[in-house]
Ligand binder design. Structure first.
Ligand code: NDP
Length: 326
């Protein structure tokens, strides 16, 4: 039998954790032949909810679940971790300035990065879901100098999936017909969902949609989809966020083949994104590592939007630097 893979979920008592853990338990995260140790990290206020989730996981009688642990101790949670899903984050409260938000999250993601640095398995892979995800990933990575920076990623897969779904609906095709879509930049309202390299059944999407729809419907719809879900559902998206986290890790570990997706990865300077920023790019995964798809032409429409989102990432980085968080 295979050695179990240790999967740690932070904020495990929350809405996303609730959806995510069941899919990890059923084999959808790492494969239907891979046993898992599930570690649920929470803060004291979330502990009871995480305990409840753990009881329900037990009741799922999942053959692949080797163990379930609930803890408030980051060192214990990340000891030997292979897959770290950093979901718990500090939401923006009333009257909270951006620097307060970054500082509060620095107090979460700094120590978690340090605990990963000390205890994680040598193959650890980290996905940050908690917002501001890109900058939280940067903070965690800065506190884990012994872990290669490429192992810290931020989730933009939900934005990517939303963009694919909107485009498929517009064109009346199944989502599987669409390839080559890209989300660039920050997981925020400034993100740029780019269809300029997308194809549907191999045909360029740019031949099928006009720029007016793109600029005034598609891009804002995707960027503001989170708010739309809150309005309709009465609470923020959770199962779709969990589903995107599953997709991200599954593709990272298992590979994408030739198809592209989008992920927040540390920049090597590609496409003019300053080195070291965690930014969303077009990526493929092979051999357990993300690689940025190279050599794409970037037109003026795209360039301006990529630059605007990247400028926001630079601002966030400079702000956490000024706060001494990285
Ligand atoms: P959720 O599980 O709904 O969300 C968790 C985080 O994911 C938030 O930061 C949220 O950001 C972010 N997120 C990213 N993408 C999305 C998306 N598309 N839709 C919705 N959220 C998204 O929050 P809950 O409040 O239900 O649960 C959070 C839990 O985390 C709580 O139980 C809390 O106790 C815990 N926590 C744990 C910590 C730890 O383990 N050390 C630290 C801090 C909190 P946004 O708010 O911007 O939407």
């Amino acid at each position: 039998t295979r050695t179990p893979v240790t999967v740690t979920v932070t904020g495990a008592g929350g809405q996303i954790g609730y959806a995510l853990l069941f899919r990890a338990a059923s084999g959808q995260l790492l494969g239907h032949d891979v046993p898992v140790n599930l570690r649920l990290l929470e803060i004291p206020q979330g502990r009871a909810a995480a305990e409840g989730t753990a009881l329900e996981l037990q009741d799922g009688a999942f053959p692949l679940v080797s163990s379930i642990t609930v803890t408030e101790d980051a060192t214990a949670a990340f000891d030997g971790v292979n897959i770290a899903l950093l979901v718990g984050a500090r939401p923006r409260g009333p009257g909270m300035e951006r620097s307060d938000l970054l500082e509060a999250n620095g107090a979460i993601f700094g120590p978690q990065g340090a605990a990963i640095n000390t205890g994680a398995a040598s193959d650890v892979r980290v996905l940050v879901v908690g917002n501001p995800a890109n900058t939280n990933a940067l903070i965690a990575s800065a506190h884990a100098p012994d872990v290669p920076a490429e192992r810290f990623t931020a989730m933009t897969r939900l934005d990517h999936n939303r963009a694919v779904a909107q485009l498929a609906a517009k064109l009346g095709v199944p989502v599987s017909a669409i390839d080559g879509l890209i989300v660039w930049g920050n997981h925020s309202a400034s993100q740029y969902p780019d269809i300029s390299h997308a194809t549907v059944h191999g045909r360029p999407v740019t031949e099928l949609v006009d720029e007016d729809w793109l600029a005034h419907e598609f891009i804002p719809r995707v960027a503001k989809r989170g708010a739309e879900i809150i309005e309709v559902r009465g609470s923020s998206s959770a199962a779709s966020a969990a589903s995107a986290a599953i997709d991200h890790v599954h593709d990272w570990v298992s590979g994408t083949g030739e198809r592209w997706t989008s992920a927040g990865v540390v920049s090597d300077g590609s496409y003019g994104v300053p080195e070291g920023l965690v930014s969303s790019f077009p990526v493929r995964s092979a051999g357990g590592a993300w690689e940025v798809v190279q050599g794409l032409d970037i037109d003026a429409f795209s360039r301006a939007r990529i630059d605007a989102s990247v400028a926001e990432l630079v601002e966030e980085r400079d702000a956490v630097r000024a706060l001494g968080l990285i």
